[in-house]
Design a protein around this ligand. Structure first.
Ligand code: AMP
Ligand code: GLY
Length: 427
Protein backbone atom coordinates (compact mmCIF):
# COMPACT_ATOMS: atom_id res chain seq x y z
CA UNK A 1 0.00 0.00 0.00
CA UNK A 2 0.94 3.61 -0.57
CA UNK A 3 -0.11 5.64 2.43
CA UNK A 4 -0.70 9.33 3.02
CA UNK A 5 -0.56 10.59 6.60
CA UNK A 6 -1.95 14.10 7.16
CA UNK A 7 -0.40 16.32 9.84
CA UNK A 8 2.99 17.50 11.06
CA UNK A 9 3.34 16.67 14.75
CA UNK A 10 4.79 14.02 17.03
CA UNK A 11 1.59 12.04 16.63
CA UNK A 12 2.09 11.84 12.86
CA UNK A 13 5.75 10.87 13.21
CA UNK A 14 4.70 8.05 15.54
CA UNK A 15 2.02 6.91 13.07
CA UNK A 16 4.58 6.91 10.22
CA UNK A 17 7.11 5.05 12.39
CA UNK A 18 4.63 2.30 13.23
CA UNK A 19 3.52 2.05 9.59
CA UNK A 20 7.13 1.53 8.57
CA UNK A 21 6.94 -1.81 10.38
CA UNK A 22 3.94 -2.90 8.31
CA UNK A 23 4.47 -5.69 5.77
CA UNK A 24 1.76 -4.18 3.58
CA UNK A 25 3.13 -0.64 3.46
CA UNK A 26 5.27 0.15 0.45
CA UNK A 27 5.68 3.92 0.77
CA UNK A 28 4.61 6.63 3.21
CA UNK A 29 3.87 10.22 2.27
CA UNK A 30 3.26 12.82 4.96
CA UNK A 31 1.55 16.16 4.32
CA UNK A 32 3.09 18.42 5.37
CA UNK A 33 5.21 16.36 7.80
CA UNK A 34 8.37 17.33 9.70
CA UNK A 35 12.06 16.36 9.76
CA UNK A 36 11.16 13.07 11.47
CA UNK A 37 8.57 11.95 8.93
CA UNK A 38 10.93 12.96 6.09
CA UNK A 39 13.33 10.27 7.27
CA UNK A 40 10.62 7.59 6.98
CA UNK A 41 9.08 8.57 3.67
CA UNK A 42 8.35 11.62 1.56
CA UNK A 43 7.05 14.91 2.88
CA UNK A 44 4.54 16.59 0.60
CA UNK A 45 4.04 20.32 0.97
CA UNK A 46 0.26 20.44 0.99
CA UNK A 47 -1.44 22.09 3.97
CA UNK A 48 -3.62 19.89 6.16
CA UNK A 49 -6.59 22.18 5.45
CA UNK A 50 -6.27 21.95 1.66
CA UNK A 51 -8.69 19.08 1.14
CA UNK A 52 -8.86 19.57 -2.65
CA UNK A 53 -5.08 19.62 -2.91
CA UNK A 54 -4.83 16.45 -0.81
CA UNK A 55 -7.47 14.74 -2.94
CA UNK A 56 -5.61 15.63 -6.15
CA UNK A 57 -2.40 14.23 -4.65
CA UNK A 58 -4.12 10.98 -3.65
CA UNK A 59 -5.52 10.63 -7.19
CA UNK A 60 -2.23 11.41 -8.88
CA UNK A 61 -0.15 9.07 -6.71
CA UNK A 62 -2.79 6.32 -6.45
CA UNK A 63 -2.66 6.39 -2.67
CA UNK A 64 -4.31 3.31 -1.16
CA UNK A 65 -5.04 4.66 2.30
CA UNK A 66 -5.13 8.14 3.87
CA UNK A 67 -4.77 8.55 7.63
CA UNK A 68 -5.83 11.85 9.18
CA UNK A 69 -3.86 13.02 12.24
CA UNK A 70 -5.47 16.30 13.42
CA UNK A 71 -9.14 17.09 13.98
CA UNK A 72 -9.47 20.13 11.68
CA UNK A 73 -9.65 18.24 8.35
CA UNK A 74 -12.11 15.77 9.92
CA UNK A 75 -14.27 18.67 11.11
CA UNK A 76 -14.14 20.03 7.55
CA UNK A 77 -15.42 16.76 6.09
CA UNK A 78 -12.29 15.29 4.50
CA UNK A 79 -13.62 11.76 5.07
CA UNK A 80 -16.90 12.58 3.33
CA UNK A 81 -15.05 14.13 0.35
CA UNK A 82 -12.55 11.28 -0.04
CA UNK A 83 -15.19 8.56 0.39
CA UNK A 84 -17.47 10.18 -2.19
CA UNK A 85 -14.50 10.26 -4.58
CA UNK A 86 -13.87 6.54 -3.97
CA UNK A 87 -10.67 6.89 -1.91
CA UNK A 88 -10.02 4.86 1.21
CA UNK A 89 -9.56 7.02 4.30
CA UNK A 90 -9.27 6.32 8.03
CA UNK A 91 -11.34 8.62 10.27
CA UNK A 92 -14.91 9.66 11.09
CA UNK A 93 -17.22 11.63 8.80
CA UNK A 94 -17.96 15.27 9.52
CA UNK A 95 -21.27 14.32 11.15
CA UNK A 96 -19.65 11.65 13.34
CA UNK A 97 -16.78 14.01 14.27
CA UNK A 98 -19.37 16.14 16.07
CA UNK A 99 -18.53 14.03 19.13
CA UNK A 100 -15.46 16.29 19.27
CA UNK A 101 -16.54 19.38 17.34
CA UNK A 102 -19.68 20.07 19.38
CA UNK A 103 -19.64 19.60 23.14
CA UNK A 104 -23.43 20.12 23.23
CA UNK A 105 -23.87 17.35 20.65
CA UNK A 106 -21.60 15.04 22.66
CA UNK A 107 -23.39 15.75 25.95
CA UNK A 108 -26.90 15.31 24.50
CA UNK A 109 -25.73 12.11 22.81
CA UNK A 110 -24.33 10.75 26.09
CA UNK A 111 -27.51 11.59 27.97
CA UNK A 112 -29.66 9.85 25.35
CA UNK A 113 -27.51 6.73 25.43
CA UNK A 114 -26.91 6.56 29.20
CA UNK A 115 -23.16 7.10 29.01
CA UNK A 116 -21.67 8.23 32.33
CA UNK A 117 -20.60 11.88 32.26
CA UNK A 118 -20.94 15.05 34.36
CA UNK A 119 -24.43 16.56 34.75
CA UNK A 120 -24.82 19.59 32.46
CA UNK A 121 -26.99 22.20 30.82
CA UNK A 122 -26.65 23.83 27.36
CA UNK A 123 -27.09 27.60 26.80
CA UNK A 124 -27.36 29.50 23.53
CA UNK A 125 -26.67 33.12 22.56
CA UNK A 126 -29.31 35.36 24.12
CA UNK A 127 -29.96 33.07 27.10
CA UNK A 128 -28.18 35.16 29.71
CA UNK A 129 -31.20 35.25 31.99
CA UNK A 130 -31.47 31.48 32.01
CA UNK A 131 -27.72 31.20 32.56
CA UNK A 132 -27.92 33.57 35.54
CA UNK A 133 -30.72 31.56 37.13
CA UNK A 134 -28.87 28.28 36.57
CA UNK A 135 -25.54 29.57 37.90
CA UNK A 136 -27.12 31.11 40.99
CA UNK A 137 -28.47 27.68 41.92
CA UNK A 138 -25.18 25.82 41.12
CA UNK A 139 -22.56 24.62 43.55
CA UNK A 140 -18.96 25.62 42.83
CA UNK A 141 -16.62 25.11 41.07
CA UNK A 142 -18.56 24.70 37.81
CA UNK A 143 -17.06 24.00 34.40
CA UNK A 144 -17.86 26.19 31.37
CA UNK A 145 -17.15 24.76 27.93
CA UNK A 146 -17.35 26.47 24.57
CA UNK A 147 -19.42 24.23 22.30
CA UNK A 148 -17.09 24.33 19.30
CA UNK A 149 -13.40 23.73 18.61
CA UNK A 150 -11.32 26.28 20.54
CA UNK A 151 -7.81 24.88 20.11
CA UNK A 152 -7.96 23.21 23.53
CA UNK A 153 -8.65 26.52 25.27
CA UNK A 154 -12.43 26.50 25.48
CA UNK A 155 -12.76 25.14 29.04
CA UNK A 156 -13.01 27.38 32.11
CA UNK A 157 -13.26 26.11 35.66
CA UNK A 158 -15.07 28.87 37.57
CA UNK A 159 -14.75 29.02 41.35
CA UNK A 160 -17.63 31.41 42.02
CA UNK A 161 -20.93 32.65 40.64
CA UNK A 162 -19.31 35.97 39.62
CA UNK A 163 -16.47 34.29 37.74
CA UNK A 164 -18.85 31.88 36.01
CA UNK A 165 -21.29 34.62 35.03
CA UNK A 166 -18.55 36.92 33.70
CA UNK A 167 -17.00 34.18 31.56
CA UNK A 168 -20.35 32.69 30.54
CA UNK A 169 -21.61 36.06 29.34
CA UNK A 170 -18.55 36.79 27.24
CA UNK A 171 -18.78 33.32 25.72
CA UNK A 172 -22.46 33.73 24.78
CA UNK A 173 -21.68 37.18 23.31
CA UNK A 174 -18.94 35.67 21.14
CA UNK A 175 -16.17 37.78 22.66
CA UNK A 176 -14.39 34.89 24.41
CA UNK A 177 -14.07 32.16 21.77
CA UNK A 178 -15.89 33.64 18.77
CA UNK A 179 -18.60 31.46 17.27
CA UNK A 180 -17.19 28.39 19.04
CA UNK A 181 -18.47 29.80 22.36
CA UNK A 182 -21.88 31.24 21.53
CA UNK A 183 -23.28 27.88 22.53
CA UNK A 184 -22.10 26.98 25.98
CA UNK A 185 -22.13 23.83 28.08
CA UNK A 186 -22.10 24.30 31.85
CA UNK A 187 -21.21 21.14 33.67
CA UNK A 188 -20.67 19.72 37.10
CA UNK A 189 -17.05 19.69 38.33
CA UNK A 190 -15.72 16.14 38.71
CA UNK A 191 -12.88 15.08 40.94
CA UNK A 192 -10.46 12.27 40.23
CA UNK A 193 -7.54 11.16 38.09
CA UNK A 194 -7.70 11.74 34.32
CA UNK A 195 -6.89 9.06 31.76
CA UNK A 196 -7.20 8.58 28.00
CA UNK A 197 -8.51 5.44 26.35
CA UNK A 198 -8.33 5.03 22.57
CA UNK A 199 -10.68 2.74 20.68
CA UNK A 200 -10.22 1.86 17.02
CA UNK A 201 -13.56 1.09 15.43
CA UNK A 202 -15.08 0.28 12.06
CA UNK A 203 -18.44 1.51 13.47
CA UNK A 204 -19.49 -1.97 14.61
CA UNK A 205 -16.54 -3.68 16.26
CA UNK A 206 -13.77 -2.05 18.24
CA UNK A 207 -10.45 -2.72 19.92
CA UNK A 208 -8.77 -0.63 22.59
CA UNK A 209 -5.16 0.50 23.00
CA UNK A 210 -3.21 0.69 26.27
CA UNK A 211 -4.85 3.25 28.60
CA UNK A 212 -2.67 6.35 28.80
CA UNK A 213 -2.15 9.44 30.90
CA UNK A 214 -1.20 12.85 29.55
CA UNK A 215 0.49 15.75 31.44
CA UNK A 216 -1.24 18.89 30.23
CA UNK A 217 0.35 21.58 32.38
CA UNK A 218 3.64 23.23 31.49
CA UNK A 219 5.30 22.94 34.92
CA UNK A 220 6.16 20.02 37.18
CA UNK A 221 3.49 18.90 39.64
CA UNK A 222 0.77 19.91 37.17
CA UNK A 223 1.25 23.63 37.73
CA UNK A 224 1.21 26.51 35.27
CA UNK A 225 -0.54 26.91 31.95
CA UNK A 226 -2.32 24.31 29.90
CA UNK A 227 -0.41 22.98 26.89
CA UNK A 228 -1.06 20.47 24.13
CA UNK A 229 0.57 17.88 26.41
CA UNK A 230 4.05 17.73 27.92
CA UNK A 231 4.39 13.97 28.26
CA UNK A 232 2.50 10.72 28.57
CA UNK A 233 2.81 7.14 29.67
CA UNK A 234 0.96 3.88 29.12
CA UNK A 235 -0.44 1.63 30.34
CA UNK A 236 -1.53 3.60 33.38
CA UNK A 237 -2.00 1.65 36.63
CA UNK A 238 -5.03 3.90 37.24
CA UNK A 239 -6.92 1.96 34.58
CA UNK A 240 -6.45 -1.71 35.50
CA UNK A 241 -8.19 -4.47 33.53
CA UNK A 242 -11.47 -4.26 35.43
CA UNK A 243 -11.74 -0.50 34.96
CA UNK A 244 -10.95 -0.85 31.26
CA UNK A 245 -13.68 -3.50 31.01
CA UNK A 246 -16.10 -1.05 32.63
CA UNK A 247 -15.07 1.68 30.14
CA UNK A 248 -15.56 -0.69 27.22
CA UNK A 249 -19.02 -1.85 28.29
CA UNK A 250 -20.51 1.36 29.69
CA UNK A 251 -18.82 3.93 27.48
CA UNK A 252 -17.15 2.76 24.26
CA UNK A 253 -19.71 0.14 23.23
CA UNK A 254 -22.56 2.50 24.01
CA UNK A 255 -20.96 5.25 21.93
CA UNK A 256 -20.41 3.02 18.91
CA UNK A 257 -23.84 1.36 19.11
CA UNK A 258 -25.48 4.71 19.86
CA UNK A 259 -23.92 6.48 16.89
CA UNK A 260 -25.04 3.65 14.61
CA UNK A 261 -28.54 3.72 16.10
CA UNK A 262 -28.68 7.49 15.52
CA UNK A 263 -27.78 7.00 11.85
CA UNK A 264 -24.28 8.51 12.17
CA UNK A 265 -21.96 5.50 12.26
CA UNK A 266 -18.59 6.37 13.81
CA UNK A 267 -15.41 4.87 12.32
CA UNK A 268 -11.79 5.72 13.09
CA UNK A 269 -10.19 6.47 16.45
CA UNK A 270 -12.42 7.35 19.34
CA UNK A 271 -10.37 9.15 21.99
CA UNK A 272 -12.18 9.02 25.30
CA UNK A 273 -10.95 11.52 27.89
CA UNK A 274 -11.97 10.10 31.27
CA UNK A 275 -12.25 11.26 34.82
CA UNK A 276 -11.85 8.30 37.17
CA UNK A 277 -14.30 9.37 39.87
CA UNK A 278 -15.42 7.67 43.07
CA UNK A 279 -18.54 6.63 41.15
CA UNK A 280 -16.51 5.07 38.36
CA UNK A 281 -15.10 6.36 35.07
CA UNK A 282 -16.97 9.27 33.48
CA UNK A 283 -16.45 10.98 30.14
CA UNK A 284 -14.74 14.39 30.17
CA UNK A 285 -14.58 14.71 26.42
CA UNK A 286 -14.33 12.84 23.15
CA UNK A 287 -11.82 13.50 20.42
CA UNK A 288 -12.18 12.08 16.94
CA UNK A 289 -8.42 11.54 16.41
CA UNK A 290 -5.37 10.17 18.14
CA UNK A 291 -4.03 12.15 21.10
CA UNK A 292 -0.70 13.92 21.07
CA UNK A 293 1.56 12.93 22.91
CA UNK A 294 -0.43 9.80 23.89
CA UNK A 295 0.08 8.33 20.40
CA UNK A 296 3.83 8.36 20.99
CA UNK A 297 3.32 5.83 23.82
CA UNK A 298 0.31 3.78 22.71
CA UNK A 299 1.41 2.94 19.16
CA UNK A 300 4.80 1.44 20.08
CA UNK A 301 2.95 -0.92 22.47
CA UNK A 302 0.82 -2.43 19.67
CA UNK A 303 1.97 -5.92 18.67
CA UNK A 304 0.13 -5.91 15.34
CA UNK A 305 0.48 -4.53 11.81
CA UNK A 306 -0.88 -0.95 11.94
CA UNK A 307 -1.22 -0.71 8.14
CA UNK A 308 -3.44 -3.80 8.05
CA UNK A 309 -5.42 -2.66 11.08
CA UNK A 310 -6.22 0.82 9.77
CA UNK A 311 -6.93 -0.45 6.25
CA UNK A 312 -9.39 -3.05 7.59
CA UNK A 313 -11.11 -0.39 9.67
CA UNK A 314 -11.36 1.98 6.69
CA UNK A 315 -12.93 -0.90 4.76
CA UNK A 316 -15.42 -1.53 7.58
CA UNK A 317 -13.91 -4.95 8.17
CA UNK A 318 -12.12 -4.93 11.51
CA UNK A 319 -11.08 -8.56 12.04
CA UNK A 320 -10.05 -8.47 15.70
CA UNK A 321 -11.90 -8.56 18.98
CA UNK A 322 -8.79 -7.81 20.96
CA UNK A 323 -5.64 -6.09 19.80
CA UNK A 324 -2.39 -7.85 20.74
CA UNK A 325 -0.18 -5.57 22.86
CA UNK A 326 3.44 -5.99 23.93
CA UNK A 327 4.10 -6.87 27.56
CA UNK A 328 5.82 -3.52 28.04
CA UNK A 329 5.24 0.06 29.07
CA UNK A 330 6.16 3.36 27.46
CA UNK A 331 6.91 6.91 28.60
CA UNK A 332 7.16 9.98 26.39
CA UNK A 333 8.86 13.20 27.56
CA UNK A 334 8.12 16.23 25.41
CA UNK A 335 10.98 18.67 24.83
CA UNK A 336 9.56 22.11 24.12
CA UNK A 337 10.86 25.55 23.12
CA UNK A 338 11.25 27.91 26.06
CA UNK A 339 8.25 30.24 26.18
CA UNK A 340 5.77 27.57 25.04
CA UNK A 341 2.72 27.61 25.33
CA UNK A 342 3.15 31.35 24.69
CA UNK A 343 5.56 32.91 22.17
CA UNK A 344 8.82 31.07 21.47
CA UNK A 345 11.71 31.22 19.02
CA UNK A 346 12.29 28.70 16.24
CA UNK A 347 15.23 27.81 14.02
CA UNK A 348 17.46 26.54 16.87
CA UNK A 349 19.82 23.74 15.87
CA UNK A 350 19.12 20.43 17.61
CA UNK A 351 22.23 18.50 18.71
CA UNK A 352 22.62 15.00 20.06
CA UNK A 353 20.07 13.17 17.91
CA UNK A 354 22.79 11.04 16.29
CA UNK A 355 24.16 9.97 19.67
CA UNK A 356 21.00 8.02 20.44
CA UNK A 357 20.97 4.46 19.20
CA UNK A 358 17.23 3.99 19.12
CA UNK A 359 17.05 0.25 18.65
CA UNK A 360 19.76 -0.65 21.13
CA UNK A 361 18.49 1.69 23.84
CA UNK A 362 14.75 1.11 23.45
CA UNK A 363 14.28 4.81 22.77
CA UNK A 364 12.33 6.50 19.98
CA UNK A 365 12.78 10.19 19.27
CA UNK A 366 9.60 11.47 17.66
CA UNK A 367 9.79 14.86 15.99
CA UNK A 368 6.97 17.31 16.67
CA UNK A 369 8.05 20.82 15.66
CA UNK A 370 11.17 20.33 13.56
CA UNK A 371 12.36 20.98 10.03
CA UNK A 372 15.55 20.43 8.09
CA UNK A 373 17.56 23.52 7.23
CA UNK A 374 20.80 23.23 5.30
CA UNK A 375 21.18 19.57 6.29
CA UNK A 376 20.61 20.27 10.00
CA UNK A 377 17.50 19.57 12.06
CA UNK A 378 16.21 22.77 13.67
CA UNK A 379 13.28 23.64 15.93
CA UNK A 380 10.08 24.72 14.19
CA UNK A 381 7.39 24.62 16.86
CA UNK A 382 6.47 24.88 20.54
CA UNK A 383 6.61 21.17 21.16
CA UNK A 384 9.82 20.12 19.44
CA UNK A 385 10.48 16.45 20.23
CA UNK A 386 8.75 13.60 22.04
CA UNK A 387 11.30 11.22 23.49
CA UNK A 388 9.67 7.84 24.05
CA UNK A 389 11.29 4.99 25.98
CA UNK A 390 10.05 1.44 26.35
CA UNK A 391 10.67 -1.08 29.12
CA UNK A 392 9.50 -4.63 29.67
CA UNK A 393 6.48 -5.52 31.79
CA UNK A 394 5.16 -2.92 34.18
CA UNK A 395 8.52 -1.45 35.16
CA UNK A 396 7.58 2.18 34.56
CA UNK A 397 10.56 3.40 36.59
CA UNK A 398 12.83 1.78 34.00
CA UNK A 399 11.22 3.51 31.02
CA UNK A 400 11.22 6.85 32.86
CA UNK A 401 14.97 6.50 33.55
CA UNK A 402 15.62 5.58 29.95
CA UNK A 403 13.58 8.45 28.55
CA UNK A 404 15.34 11.06 30.69
CA UNK A 405 18.76 9.63 29.94
CA UNK A 406 18.05 10.28 26.25
CA UNK A 407 16.49 13.70 26.91
CA UNK A 408 19.64 14.74 28.77
CA UNK A 409 21.75 14.04 25.69
CA UNK A 410 19.62 16.12 23.30
CA UNK A 411 20.34 19.84 23.19
CA UNK A 412 18.93 22.97 21.66
CA UNK A 413 18.82 26.58 22.81
CA UNK A 414 16.04 27.07 25.30
CA UNK A 415 15.07 23.38 25.52
CA UNK A 416 12.45 22.92 28.23
CA UNK A 417 10.86 19.75 29.57
CA UNK A 418 9.06 18.57 32.67
CA UNK A 419 11.11 16.41 35.02
CA UNK A 420 8.20 14.48 36.54
CA UNK A 421 6.58 12.64 33.63
CA UNK A 422 5.10 9.37 34.88
CA UNK A 423 6.08 10.09 38.49
CA UNK A 424 2.54 10.07 39.82
CA UNK A 425 2.06 6.50 38.66
CA UNK A 426 5.02 5.35 40.76
CA UNK A 427 3.55 6.51 44.06
P1 AMP B 1 -11.89 18.97 27.94
O1 AMP B 1 -11.38 19.76 26.76
O2 AMP B 1 -13.37 18.88 27.98
O3 AMP B 1 -11.20 17.67 28.15
O4 AMP B 1 -11.42 19.81 29.20
C1 AMP B 1 -10.06 20.16 29.40
C2 AMP B 1 -9.66 19.89 30.82
O5 AMP B 1 -10.51 20.58 31.73
C3 AMP B 1 -9.80 18.43 31.19
O6 AMP B 1 -8.67 17.70 30.82
C4 AMP B 1 -9.96 18.53 32.69
O7 AMP B 1 -8.71 18.71 33.33
C5 AMP B 1 -10.76 19.79 32.87
N1 AMP B 1 -12.19 19.47 32.94
C6 AMP B 1 -13.07 19.45 31.93
N2 AMP B 1 -14.30 19.11 32.35
C7 AMP B 1 -14.22 18.92 33.68
C8 AMP B 1 -15.14 18.55 34.68
N3 AMP B 1 -16.44 18.34 34.42
N4 AMP B 1 -14.69 18.43 35.93
C9 AMP B 1 -13.40 18.66 36.24
N5 AMP B 1 -12.47 19.01 35.33
C10 AMP B 1 -12.86 19.15 34.06
N1 GLY C 1 -3.08 15.04 24.53
C1 GLY C 1 -4.38 15.57 24.42
C2 GLY C 1 -4.84 15.76 23.05
O1 GLY C 1 -4.29 15.26 22.09
O2 GLY C 1 -5.85 16.42 22.89
Amino acid sequence: MKILVIGNGGREHAICWKLRHSKEVEHIYCAPGNAGTAALGTNVSIKQGDIDGLLQFVRRESIDLTIVGPEAPLADGIVDTFTAAGHRIFGPTKAAAQLETSKAFAKDFMKRHHIPTAAYEVFHAGEKGRLRRYLSASSYPVVLKADGLAAGKGVIIAQSFEEAMRNGESMLEGSAFGDAGTTLVVEEFMEGVEASVFALTDSVRFVTLAPAQDHKRILDNDLGKNTGGMGAFAPTPHVPTEVLADVKIHIIKRVIDGMRADGIPYAGVLFVGLMLTEDGPKVLEFNCRFGDPETQVVLPLIDYDLGVLLRDIADGKLQLNRLPLHDANAVCVVMASSGYPDAYDTGKAIAGLDAINEEEEGVLVFHAGTRTEGGRVVTAGGRVLGVTALAQGSDLAASIRLAYSAVNRIRFDGAYYRTDIGKKALQ
